[in-house]
Write a protein that binds this ligand. Structure first.
Ligand code: SF4
Length: 328
């Protein structure tokens, strides 16, 4: 079976953007690919964080992975730092990574701007760790959002550089773009993100979800209820297309254009459909959160399987590089 690999940082509660932009897509792909899904804790330490909350965040991420439909019989779920080969291969790849390529990375520039007081080497070499995360498992494909396309391209560059220097070994994974590529936040402008506080937590209640939607930015030119609106520039309308039946959201758009419907009513229709779609996921989050021992077993089993694959790769890589002695 073909394989795929992806991961999400344990930033706290997963949100609707993670679910629609990534995990839902992974679940769909599991019919075609065996999955490696990891919780990206080593990447998460490149910005300041609360040490005491790291372990609860990791377990919450695992709970939400499982609740979103990642079936451990079709994939492995593990924590990045439980597989030491990730950092060892990173060092090896650092030795074929041109500094210039790292300097070009848009996400590094954005993060350096956001965390001016903490521009560390980990932030800078983050894409090399990501290349190691991927290349260790020889996946056929990597499902990513738009913001990770550049990192995946660098992964292919590093695979080619390694192969050119030490012999053909790594395969170049292809990019699988998510259908819901970029989910905007409640500000209607920037990608949904917990750090920007423009998100809807996956485990929000139905009431919290409706309240958050009622506060969301719509068509900025629609100032009064009597003004006609333009659904094409409204993020609420983009979300309608992901949750509301077509006939109903098309009617919302028609009524919006002639001021036949107000934004509050339009948002309440969206909240109803969004809550109906998310209720089963939320119920499973509650159920898995009550079964911590099961979740820990999934992570232990995942780490064991991931270590087997990753250690084999590392040994082969080191052998190609002349780093393994016959007495080892
Ligand atoms: S009526 Fe709906 S689609 Fe139109 S601007 Fe308001 S929220 Fe957006």
């Amino acid at each position: 079976m073909k394989t795929m690999l992806s991961g999400i940082q344990p930033t706290g509660d997963l949100h609707l953007g993670n679910y629609l932009g990534a995990i839902k897509n992974w679940v769909r792909l599991l019919d075609e690919y065996y999955g490696y899904f990891f919780i990206v804790d080593y990447h998460a330490i490149t910005i300041p964080y609360d040490v005491a909350s790291m372990q609860p965040r990791i377990l919450d991420a695992a709970v939400e992975y499982l609740a979103s439909g990642l079936d451990p019989s079709k994939c492995i779920i593990y924590v990045q730092s439980h597989v030491p080969a990730h950092t060892e291969l990173t060092w090896i790849l650092n030795s074929v990574t041109p500094i210039m390529e790292l300097e070009r990375m848009t996400q590094y520039k954005d993060k350096a701007e956001q965390h001016k007081e903490n521009i560390n080497a980990g932030l800078f070499t983050y894409p090399t760790l990501m290349a190691a995360d991927i290349l260790l498992y020889h996946p056929d494909a990597v499902p990513v959002g738009e913001d990770q396309v550049q990192h995946l391209e660098l992964t292919r560059v590093l695979a080619r550089k390694f192969n050119a220097r030490y012999g053909e070994y790594f395969k170049e994974p292809k990019t699988l773009m998510s259908e819901a590529k970029r989910i905007l936040g409640l500000d209607g402008k920037r990608k949904m993100s917990k750090s920007l506080n423009n998100h809807i937590p996956l485990k929000a209640t139905a009431e919290q979800t409706e309240k958050l939607l009622l506060g969301a930015v719509t068509d900025p030119d629609r100032k009064r209820r009597s003004d006609p609106g333009n659904p094409d520039v409204c993020n609420i309308y983009s979300l309608h297309k992901l949750f509301t039946p077509a006939a109903e959201y098309e009617e919302c758009a028609k009524q919006c254009r002639c001021a036949g419907i107000g934004c509050v009513d339009c948002k309440k229709i969206l909240a109803k459909h969004m809550n109906a779609a998310l209720t089963p996921v939320r119920e499973r989050i509650t159920a898995y959160a009550a079964k911590k021992d099961f979740v820990i077993d999934v992570l232990r089993d995942g780490a064991k399987k991931a270590n087997e694959v990753a250690n084999k790769t590392l040994r082969e890589v080191k052998s190609l590089m002349g780093l393994i002695a016959d007495w080892q």
